[in-house]
Design a protein. Structure first.
Length: 106
């Protein structure tokens, strides 16, 4: 039988990093209009707004993917913890049977 080994600490650390990235993106806010006004040039202001709008859109897409990743990490940790707990429970239940089967022989 093949063993499955997961580094739960690494998964939890990855989740923390994903949360930190989500927090950073969430607090970034939109600054396109504020910066565009400061340029003093209409064409440059338009370019700044275009860039900011594109960044806001793509930041939203990245945020969605990071949320999916965070939820996936949670699901992996939860599912594998449940599997590990269940296998440990089954091993505990099977252990006394194994011991009593061997008694009296020899």
């Amino acid at each position: 039988m093949t063993d499955v080994q997961l580094d739960f600490d690494a998964l939890r650390a990855a989740r923390v990093r994903v949360d930190e990235a989500l927090s950073t993106f969430g607090s970034a806010g939109t600054v396109g209009d504020d910066l565009a006004v400061l340029t003093g040039e209409d064409r440059l202001a338009g370019k700044v707004r275009d860039f900011a709008d594109n960044w806001d859109y793509n930041r939203g897409k990245l945020t969605e993917k990071l949320q999916f990743l965070r939820d996936s990490i949670d699901a992996i940790v939860d599912s594998m913890t449940e599997v590990d707990d269940e296998l440990a429970r089954q091993a505990q239940e099977a252990a006394p049977e194994t011991q009593t089967d061997g008694e009296g022989e020899g």
